[in-house]
Design a protein around this ligand. Structure first.
Ligand code: AMP
Length: 140
């Protein structure tokens, strides 16, 4: 039994604990977040578990992202949202609490009070270039 088998989302998939379903197919399940930023805040999870985005199989991600687009459209229309945030927390330091990959679909409304992160600045072009290089050299 691996970590993912024991997450709360694995229990939701096995119907051991309740959830409010939004969408389901062979590969994906979507349900309402129990603590929504706004009503209609939906979580989309692959049925084949991974801890997060980085350890997910590409085939799983393909099916997930296509389902996310379909569900996002329905959330936007159904909630009459002005906009949508798609969100995924990768790792505890990024705020991940449930270690079964999930995408948050968050309907947004003008002046709903939900704040974006506050950006910093690079001190120089050299610092920005050095930073980008640290990323580029790790692309495989
Ligand atoms: P994250 O911080 O990205 O791991 O998000 C976990 C999300 O799961 C949070 O937004 C929680 O509100 C939500 N959540 C936790 N338990 C449940 C549950 N039983 N049903 C629905 N949503 C849940």
């Amino acid at each position: 039994m691996n970590d993912q088998t024991e997450t709360i989302f694995a229990k939701i998939l096995r119907k051991e604990i309740p959830s409010v379903a939004v969408y389901e197919d062979d590969d994906v399940y979507a349900f309402l977040d129990a603590h929504p930023v706004n009503p209609g805040h939906t979580l989309v999870i692959p049925k084949k578990p991974s801890k997060g985005f980085l350890d997910a199989e590409p085939e799983v991600l393909e099916k997930l992202i296509v389902a996310v687009q379909k569900i996002t459209q329905a959330v936007k229309i159904g909630m009459k949202a002005d906009g949508i945030n798609l969100h995924q927390n990768e790792g505890a330091a990024a705020g991940q609490e449930v270690f079964h990959l999930h995408i948050h679909i968050i309907p947004r409304f003008e002046n709903d009070g939900y704040e974006h992160w506050h950006g910093k600045s690079y001190t120089s072009e050299e610092e920005a270039e050095k930073t980008a290089n640290e990323i580029r050299k790790n692309l495989v």
